[in-house]
Design a protein around this ligand. Sequence first.
Ligand code: RB5
Length: 173
Amino acid sequence: MKIAVGADHAGFTYKDRIAQILRDKGYQVLDFGTHSATPVDYPQYGYAVGEAVASGQADRGIVVCGSSLGIAMAANKVPGIRCAPVMEPYSAQLARHHNDCNVLALSERLTGWEMIEQLLDIFLSTPFDGGRHAHRLEQLFEFGDAQRERTLKAIERGEVTDAQTPKDLLPKP
Ligand code: RB5
């Protein structure tokens, strides 16, 4: 499995440690930088990792910045990317089980290193549940004119009334 990694100056130390762990585990790593504390703009690293994953050059991505937030926002601009900023294990599990997260965003300033190692393991080992979650994820990638019309109608009505998940996709009682 190939994993793309990227970070800004506030996340490159963790990114480098993560890249080494991944290599030790036998993953191929595409490291888009940065490699020093010289200030850089995090969107460029989020885009690089996002595009590498969306184009299939990498299977998954990991991005790191000071807070995890800005670089996650950047990665999520790339169509096909489902990037989740996570700081504790349950969110990391749900990001995989329910959202098929393909890029993990981590914070070097807010998350301790031991937690980072746990989050990494969860991201790499937790499967996507599919089913109703796949049906919902499809809607994230249908945000074109038809979806916009549907949303504008909901706003006119004053309420979203057409979003019931099909019954056959729900867990059996
Ligand atoms: C850099 O100072 C910081 O703003 C950046 O790493 C990140 O936290 C942005 O969301």
